[in-house]
Write a protein that binds this ligand. Sequence first.
Ligand SMILES: C[S@@+](CC[C@H](N)C(=O)[O-])C[C@H]1O[C@@H](n2cnc3c(N)ncnc32)[C@H](O)[C@@H]1O
Length: 227
Amino acid sequence: MKMEADSIWLFDYDQGMAYERFSQCEDADGAIAQCLSARFDFSNKAILEIGAGSGKFTGFLAERTTSLAVVERSASLIAINESKNRNRADFINSDLGKLDFDADSFDVVFGGWSLTSMRDMFGRVFPILQNAMKKDGQIIIVENAGNDEFTKIAGIEELTSQMRNFYAECGFKEEAVLDTVIRLPNQETFFDAFPNLKAQGIKLPSLEISHKVVIMRASAPDFRLEE
Ligand SMILES: C[S@@+](CC[C@H](N)C(=O)[O-])C[C@H]1O[C@@H](n2cnc3c(N)ncnc32)[C@H](O)[C@@H]1O
């Protein structure tokens, strides 16, 4: 599979507050956090959160452990995240592909809608994560599941389905598929975060957008790039 970051929509991550406002509308009923806490034990685990953005999941993780490292390459987003979660995590403003962690450092690597954003650099990122995870560690990711209004509006149906298959080939098992909702106060909140969709003249059917989400997990030994 060809992994080109520029072949699809991407957020403008320099617009931190626009992203944060949209992010607060995602999973409006808290289904993801509920599912994560029911299925996984994060307590006192050494956790690495990758592509943490403005902190959609950082507070959730910080509440459950005292050992949380957060990596985010956007200075604007990590500043918002840090302001919300000061002293609750180690914040690393860097491209994950440039980091070098000690071997066997983390029980859990967590990525909320972030691993797919790194698909143009999986060749670098996968070995870094494999080395950083403890041998009995695991990687847990939240990604788009497809077949919903959100992926249609964003024009990422093909990518979403390709990535779901790709993750299965990399050793991920699907733990849950959740029906969530993006509940917006107004259309601007959406289009400020996706200016490219506004430029394309896309219209929102309503201020409630259905969003199917898949939660996947791989154990450290199973998590690998296909040759
Ligand atoms: C869709 S956002 C998700 C952010 C957050 N986890 C959330 O759920 O709101 C993807 C995030 O991954 C970050 N990201 C993408 N590639 C990265 C890389 N190579 N290193 C660090 N962060 C990266 C982006 O800057 C962005 O914040």
